[in-house]
Design a protein around this ligand. Sequence first.
Ligand code: PEP
Ligand code: MG
Length: 576
Amino acid sequence: MRVFRGTPVSPGYGQGRAVPYRRREHLFSAASSAGAEDSTTEVRRAEAARTAARRELEALARSLKESYGLDEAHIFHAQFLILEDDLFTGLIHAAVTKGRSAEAAVVEAVRQIEEMFREHVDPYLRERAVDVRDVGARVLGHLVDKCSHPFARLPDAAVIVADQLFPSDTIFLKRGRVRGIVTAQGSDNSHAAILARALGIPAVTEVDGILDGCAPGDAIAVDGETGEVILHIEGTAQADYLQHARRYRTALEEARQIAGHSVRTRDGVAISLLANVDREEDIEEAAKLQVAGIGLFRTEFLFLAEGGEVSGARQAEVYRRAAQWMRGRPVTIRILDLAPDKALLLSEDVPQMRSAIRDCGVHYALAHPEILRPQLRAILRAAPEGDLRILLPGVTGALEIDAVRAFLQKVADELGREVRIPVGAMIETPAALFMLDAIAERADFLSLGTNDLLCHLFGSERQRGKETAYEPSFLRAIHLTVRAAQAKGKPLSICGELAGDPAFTALLIGLGIRELSMSPERLPEVRYNVSRISADEATALARGVLNVQTASDVERLLSENVDPWHKLLGDSDGTG
Ligand code: PEP
Ligand code: MG
């Protein structure tokens, strides 16, 4: 038996048989066994894949340049050269002419060129062997039959054990089929984690060395509460694990009984629980969960799912359907929010980089009217179907809100429609904190983006943001935002991942938050917690927290006070 520890990113307990998955290796091994059609067809397929790979690389380079000001020629120089090289195309054509499939021909060409680079005397060129493999994987990604993806035919009770998961892998994950997900790399805010939560699959990430000791079919247990992953589980560990899992299921059942669009604290304060959604299909799921509305629709995933471009008509259809599913409850559509982590979704190979805040979010949208105009048109078109709202990401001051409002008016005039749609601002940049009065005055509502706010306040990477969530400066930032919203009489919600973290429910309510928007899977736990909290006691706790000066004091106060309200499986029932 081996016990690994990682970061829990999706709650629950799951036990089953390991399905190890190394992404790049999968592409190469699936390609080697692909069957060939006639050589003309295979040449055409190989060429089409090469062209698609080049376009992908160009788009990536462009977005890096636009978002980060990086010189595309520099970053992808070697990869462009390899992709365009006569030797690469020549080797592919030669293999295809000998009856190999396009996939097998690419693998063969990569192997030969890689070998040449590896043996080179120049150390720089020796290192370019990595680029050759990268280019190969990129081309193969457009060739390898999606049906050959190992997740397309998963065994029963599968626990996926992967180096890292990308959106192209996660599209195969289905509710109920996968018992757990364990990855060596990832983060609480990665798309794979968000999706795992949406699908209710327990998941643990940052589990070092998990792939090395794991073979297909190995018994494995995932604890999405503590982050423990047990390979070849047996004996008392197995018995303990099953007991925790049973208690979790019972508590979850109990939590699900507390249905309803809003929930009240023990002392009668109404708290609205809303859903964050990324994909169109999540909206229908959220509607079934009786949420008070969609507090955040991250539309960038709509764009990413369709290769970067979505027509206005398609957008209008999605927004219209969202409004219909929510039957008059609010649907908060965030305009395209391009930021480093989202650019990562376009490709697995973009290094994690930070870009200037003013190149992202609403600034990016305003600088790209060719994207913003069709999106606003689509929202305006769909607006009569329900209560649609527009949310602006990455706001840093008052001017951006004015600029979007003016643009919206222009688009509405073109369409011959009235603008009756509320426009809200995300508070997720330090600059916004200094302009809260002006932003709250201009916006119709505010939404705290705690994921980005934590990163920007502490200059940390997105996946490490939560480490600083107990810092008094951050909690004071929430407090200031609550006060600004109250002063101007504007509704305020939290839509960052913290809203769905049951350990923070009491504190957030104590700080004055009355709307929480989260991954739908978090709803039962948070709903349950809210129903057990007294808002009065929570306010007293928050008052104390706002008076201390260090994160450890905050944690101490919380651990002394929130025990009965903590997580669903808090220490109070002895299972935590
Ligand atoms: C946030 O930053 O908290 C947020 C909700 O937006 P995203 O996670 O999409 O950046
Ligand atoms: Mg954000």
